[in-house]
Ligand binder design. Structure first.
Ligand code: KIV
Ligand code: ZN
Length: 516
């Protein structure tokens, strides 16, 4: 099994992208975490870019001892000298020097010819070798470079003493097969390349950075350059976690491995998010919020039977929180029942059916139905089954002007009745419309609204105390619509008075019978 060296450039190519700037202390914290993660090389910065960059590389070189610490340098002598100085305290220092080799870059950016380019490579690598034993050379824009010139550039770097040769796909232009054949061709045509480490550095402009890196590994590359969460210039760099886990999960396809402690991947990703304030997109492989979340009913059903149905790696393997079966509008009864059981609630089939009906209504209104929502569903309906209760079927309210109008549709004892009322405020109008249906005299003694779940689609809970037939009843109602929640709370209080009345009548009837 060949070991693949992981060269992490989160602190250089990653940090260089908009919004990812880090302070010196933050870079040091991140470097320490990368050390714990087990990366082989940390590219700590572009030392000549600023005093801050220089100090960060110096600090990391002093404090992070195990991995190789690399500093980036253009081929200018000054760049190389500064890079060398910044890593001089490292136990294992590396200078990484680069120059573009494609005709496009030579003509339009550097405005030099191929001869000049070769000279610069030779001088920079020789100078770097005077300072350190470990020198990496990168042929920027290699995948758009004429192949025979690329071979010449690599020969120049090797003759000058480069120990690692990096082939960057700087603009994310190549395809996996094309890249793999490029790497194979380089091995065939450049004598001595086998004695160096061949590295690849892929950008994700077409979403192919990881696929291209894996293709290059199959073709003989032994170092991959990548970043945590795939951050980096434009669309980003190849993502470290994706490459590492692809090699780990598909051991059947590749005999290559890395020394990354995969259980620390999630923690490292989280640290980067915490430092930069930028979350990976929810559907990001391995570290996204949804990477181990399942919502569809059919998936949840499979997952509950055996995780292998829809999970190719356990979240624990990357240190991620355990699998989440997200309850939303695509979830089914199995998922709902399972979550209720996890919450310690055993539901009868009837109760589950009722809870499911409430759940689907709520799931249409909310992106994700939370545990708090489920408990509210139980408290407000799913456990009740009496037909002799008032049930709110529909509520339409017009408000915003002086008087609000409410129209309710309510069922009771297999009948449906409608009530309409105009009053001051939408809740007031709703209560009046309910009164029209129930024909009860209800006096509100206490009324409160609280947000029971987080977010702007929070469930509002309304608590009321109402005087009905000279007795006080508490009523609770919950909905993402607070007027609807108030209507439910109002009916809840009325239903309690109704139940008390029918219990009283029943007791009268049974005492009558015993008398009989
Ligand atoms: O993308 C690139 O070509 C680079 C080099 C400096 C390696 O980042
Ligand atoms: Zn790059």
């Amino acid at each position: 099994m060949a070991k693949i060296q992981v060269f992490d450039t989160t602190l250089r190519d990653g940090e260089q992208s908009p919004g990812f700037t880090m302070s010196m202390d933050e870079k040091l914290r991140m470097a320490m975490q990368l050390d714990d993660l087990g990366v082989d090389i940390i590219e700590a910065g572009f030392s000549i870019a600023s005093d801050d960059d220089f100090s960060s590389v110096t600090q990391i070189s002093k404090k992070v001892r195990r991995p190789i610490i690399a500093a980036l340098a253009r081929t200018n002598p000054k760049d190389v000298e500064i890079a060398g100085k910044s890593v001089q305290s490292a136990d294992r220092p590396r200078i990484h020097t680069f120059i573009a080799t494609s005709d496009i870059h030579l003509a339009k950016k550097l405005e030099i010819g191929q001869e000049e380019c070769l000279e610069r490579i030779t001088k920079a690598v020789e100078l770097a070798r005077e300072m350190v034993d470990d020198v990496e050379f990168s042929a920027e824009d290699a995948t758009r470079t004429d192949i025979s010139f690329l071979c010449e550039a690599i020969r120049a770097a090797l003759s000058a003493g480069a120990t690692t040769i990096n082939i960057p796909d700087t603009v994310g232009y190549t395809f996996p097969e094309e890249f793999s054949s490029l790497i194979k061709t380089l091995f065939e045509q450049v004598h001595g390349l086998n004695d160096a480490v061949v590295s690849v550095h892929c950008h994700d402009d077409m979403g192919l950075a990881v696929a291209n890196s894996l293709a290059a590994i199959q073709a003989g590359a032994r170092q991959v350059e990548c970043t945590i969460n795939g951050i980096g210039e434009r669309a980003g760099n190849a993502s470290l976690e994706e490459i590492v886990m692809a090699l780990k999960v598909r051991k059947d396809l590749t005999e290559h491995h890395t020394d990354i402690h995969s259980e620390s991947i999630y923690k490292t990703s989280e640290l980067l998010t915490q430092i930069t304030g930028i979350h990976p997109q929810p559907n990001k492989a391995i570290v996204g919020k949804n990477a181990f979340a399942h919502e569809a009913g059919i998936h949840q059903h499979g997952m509950l039977k055996d995780k292998i149905t829809y999970e190719i790696m356990m979240p624990e393997l990357v240190g991620a929180p355990e699998t989440r079966l997200v309850l939303g509008k695509h979830s089914g009864r199995h998922g709902l029942n399972n979550r209720y059981q996890e919450l310690g609630c055993e539901l009868t089939k009837e109760e589950l059916d009722r809870a499911y009906t409430f759940f689907t209504i709520l799931a249409d209104q909310k992106k994700e139905v939370l545990d708090e929502d489920l408990l509210l569903i139980l408290r407000h309906g799913a456990k009740k089954g009496d037909d002799k209760l008032y049930k709110l079927l529909d509520l339409v309210v017009t408000c915003g002007n002086d008087l609000s109008t409410a129209k309710v549709s309510i069922s009771f004892d297999h009948n449906t009745k409608e009530g309409v009322a105009r009053d001051h405020g939408p809740i007031n109008a709703t209560f009046s419309a309910i009164d029209e249906v129930t024909q009860k005299r209800v006096e509100i003694e206490k009324f409160e609204i609280i947000a029971a779940t987080p977010g702007r689609d929070a469930v509002g809970v309304v608590n009321i105390q109402a005087m009905i037939n000279e007795k006080t009843f508490a009523g609770k109602g919950a909905s993402t619509d607070i007027v609807n929640a108030a209507a439910r709370a109002y009916l809840d209080a009325i239903n309690k008075s109704e139940q008390l009345e029918s219990a009283y009548l029943n007791s009268l009837a049974s005492s009558d019978q015993s008398a009989f």
